[in-house]
Design a protein around this ligand. Sequence first.
Ligand code: CU
Ligand code: ZN
Length: 172
Amino acid sequence: MKRSAALSFLAGLTAAYAAVAAQAQTATATIAPTAGNTAKGTVTFAQHGDKVTVSAQLSGLSPGGHGFHVHEKGDCSAPDATSAGGHFNPTGKPHGAPDAAEHHAGDMPMLQADASGNASFSAELAGVTIGGGGANDIVGRSVVVHKDVDDYKSQPAGNSGARIGCGVIQKS
Ligand code: CU
Ligand code: ZN
């Protein structure tokens, strides 16, 4: 009786550890407006196996589409966020739509803001990881919101205009 109680306690512990190990890796970027702009909100990344899901809630946008990318550097310090560098592109690809054959790893679907300037966003990213320190690790990089629509053709950034919001991606 004692022995089986001990065994079931051990089994329970093992299950608890397995549950912790299976928990998704997550990261968050808090978007703050660049100088003269009002874009703000939260972007959350979660890794499940080799897929990373992204969800975002943004406000302070003009209605319509806005280019939305992971940028290379986790530095939003410049008033216009140019300090964030170019699009995150560890595999040396051209800029493109996220569902195109070739695109930057940091190219995401556009944010679509409603008439009140709010946007809810959800998408899946391939070719990136959360943590691990590899070339495709997005932790310590940034998320940038642009003023204009992304044409997914112009190089190197889809002609999406000024950077109106920026946030560094931090492990959560
Ligand atoms: Cu961008
Ligand atoms: Zn790009």
